[in-house]
Ligand binder design. Structure first.
Ligand code: FAD
Ligand code: SIN
Length: 547
């Protein structure tokens, strides 16, 4: 039996997640109260650390804010929240300066100016980077600052299970959802397996993405959508989860998990997509060719693979200067070489892989969710920046901007938020040890297969219905197992992934159109909804006519 431990911790600011969103918030609020940061594994094992290409920001002319705003809305197919897009991009320069002040080293040219790269959907060179491991560099700088701070406690290997709301206190929520209050979280100390109660005046959810709901993903293994599922169970509003971004170019290396990313910046430097017959094909689909927005490139590859029956296409970087490859892309070069591919001489086999969740927990301009005292930032949140498809390298930027805004709001509001005086410890009564681990492993594989086969790059009403029917069975079996078992991280993750899979399918079913990342053969006409200035209203080229 799991013991009812009286272990309770308290923090003025509780942060679930130690990626860029969580750590930036931590650094900003730490002067105003006690901070606890939870990390599911080690502090630096985050998707932030995996980021390759860089962080988008307007730095020098001829680039300007309007161009970046326009590119973001074009990529997002026009259903972005224009107010949020403007906030993000206009505040980008300040947030970049802050990252630099905290110690992040971005690459520079000989002249001393920052070296800027270009990625899909960008009309200008505006990606600040540190070689091809920008995220690792940002994480390094933030982690160092956080570790030096006396008022920030990091709890590594702590798995957040559920947000504590009135539901756990057997209190009724009076009128409607906006009365729900978050009092902290129940979290499993993975070292002792004890479930602790962590009380908080303010909670920030910064748990990242959910790529592992799919069979192949570039996301770290921990990205199982826990924050999304916790927020859903706590009854706040989630949106746009049908917009799952598949990165066009992950390294084709069967069996490797997560899939290794081949950064879009390589295409920005001139690499071209080709079929196995050495033929370029992207010009058939978009005027920007290999540098078209990601949804278009991923669908084009998907179509070429269906036409040819091949398992992968090639990315050809052979014509790029070797010095440029070694200087800018040392990680990709070394990784490919480790599996026998010298990218200066041979083409790289690539396939699309689940990469980023454009939707998430609905938040406002201060990263507030629909639950009192609960903020969300980073990939788990849906600010409205990305619309139907995220522009490359806009997510690290979004995390920086909205963690900053959340911190400002949370500091001002702290006086209004109190600890709850009588939160019960986790009730583990009646649960028994589950010895059938195989059931969990098998269900996870089934879920990933359902999502990849029926809710992938190309969808249909029939495929989505089939996915929902199959998921229903898994849901019932898993809830039954969850209710009876002593909790393990595996059963909790499976439950979360099923919750998230359900939300993706339901939101995909509700969208009766093809737009951005949601493409369905039942409504094949791809839509772009113009908003804002004239540039933005420019309609996207019609692409990909599915039979
Ligand atoms: P993360 O950095 O993923 O951090 C999530 C944190 O939450 C982790 O500490 C984790 O342990 C914790 N956590 C999760 N669940 C729990 C739980 N139940 N309990 C406790 N803790 C939990 N974006 C760009 O802008 N530019 C790029 O070049 C770029 N390249 C990318 C390359 C790859 C391979 C990948 C996977 C993503 C890339 N992205 C890029 C996307 C970007 O990295 C992420 O969207 C962003 O880093 C997310 O930051 P985050 O702080 O929200 O989450
Ligand atoms: C990449 O380097 O291609 C990833 C960039 C991103 O996901 O924003």
């Amino acid at each position: 039996m799991q013991k009812n431990k009286p272990m309770q911790r308290k923090a003025d600011f509780l942060i679930i997640g130690s990626g860029s969103a969580g750590l930036i918030f931590a650094l900003k609020v730490a002067a105003y109260g006690k901070v606890i940061v939870l990390s599911k594994s080690s502090m630096d094992n985050t998707a932030t650390s995996y980021a390759q290409g860089g962080i988008a920001a307007v730095m020098y002319s001829p680039d300007n804010y309007e161009k970046h705003i326009s590119d973001t809305i074009q990529a997002g197919a026009g259903i972005n929240d224009e107010k949020i897009v403007r906030i993000t991009i206009i505040e980008s320069t300040e947030r970049i300066k802050e990252l630099i002040a905290w110690g992040t080293q971005f690459d520079k040219e000989k002249s001393g100016k920052y070296a800027l790269a270009r990625e899909g959907g960008h009309s200008e060179f505006r990606i600040l980077h540190h070689k091809d491991n920008t995220g690792y560099e940002i994480q390094r700088a933030l982690s160092q600052k956080v570790k030096e701070h006396p008022d920030i406690e990091i709890l590594e290997n702590y798995f957040a299970i559920d947000l504590i709301t009135q539901h756990h206190l057997n209190e009724m929520v009076t009128r409607h959802r906006s009365d729900i209050i978050c009092y902290g979280v129940y979290a499993m100390n993975r070292t002792t397996s004890e479930i602790e109660t962590i009380l908080a005046r303010t909670t920030m959810l910064a748990t990242g993405g959910m790529g592992n709901v799919y069979q192949t993903t570039t996301n770290p293994l921990f990205s199982t959508g826990d924050g999304l599922a916790m927020a859903y169970r706590a009854k706040t509003h989630l949106e746009n989860l049908e917009f799952v971004q598949f990165h066009p170019t992950s390294l084709y290396n069967p069996g490797e998990k997560p899939s290794f990313l081949i950064s879009e910046a390589l295409r920005g430097a001139g690499a071209m997509l080709k079929t196995k017959k050495d033929e370029i094909f992207m010009h058939k689909y978009h005027k920007m060719g290999s540098l078209a927005p990601r949804d278009i490139v991923a669908r084009a590859i998907d179509k070429e693979l269906k036409l040819s029956g091949d398992d992968y296409v090639f990315l050809d970087a052979r014509h790029i200067n070797k010095i440029e490859i070694l200087n800018h892309f040392p990680t990709i070069y070394a990784k490919c070489l480790s599996i026998g591919i010298d990218i200066t001489k041979e083409m790289i086999p690539v396939v699309p892989a689940a990469h980023y969740s454009c939707g998430g927990i609905k938040t406002n301009e201060f990263a507030q969710t629909g639950i009192c005292n609960l903020y969300a930032a980073g990939e788990v949140a849906s600010t409205g920046l990305h619309g139907a498809n995220r522009l490359a390298s806009n997510s690290l930027l979004e995390a920086a901007v909205f963690s900053h805004r959340a911190a400002q709001h949370a500091i001002k509001s702290l006086k209004n938020y109190n600890f709850h005086s009588s939160v019960p410890n986790w009730d583990a009564s009646g649960r028994v040890l589950n010895e059938e681990m195989i059931l969990i492993t098998q269900s996870k594989k089934e879920l990933q297969s359902i999502m990849s086969n029926y809710v992938g790059i190309v969808r249909s009403d029939l495929r989505l219905k089939r996915a929902l029917d199959r998921l229903e069975i898994l849901y019932k079996e898993t809830e039954d197992l969850y209710d009876k078992s002593i909790l393990s991280q595996d059963i909790c993750e499976l439950r979360n992934m099923i919750n998230v899979g359900y939300l993706v399918i339901k939101m995909a079913m509700n969208r009766k159109e093809s737009i951005g990342l949601h493409y369905t053969i039942d409504y094949p006409e791809e839509k772009t909804k113009g908003r804002g200035n004239k540039d933005v209203k420019m309609r996207r080229d019609k692409v990909l006519k599915e039979k």
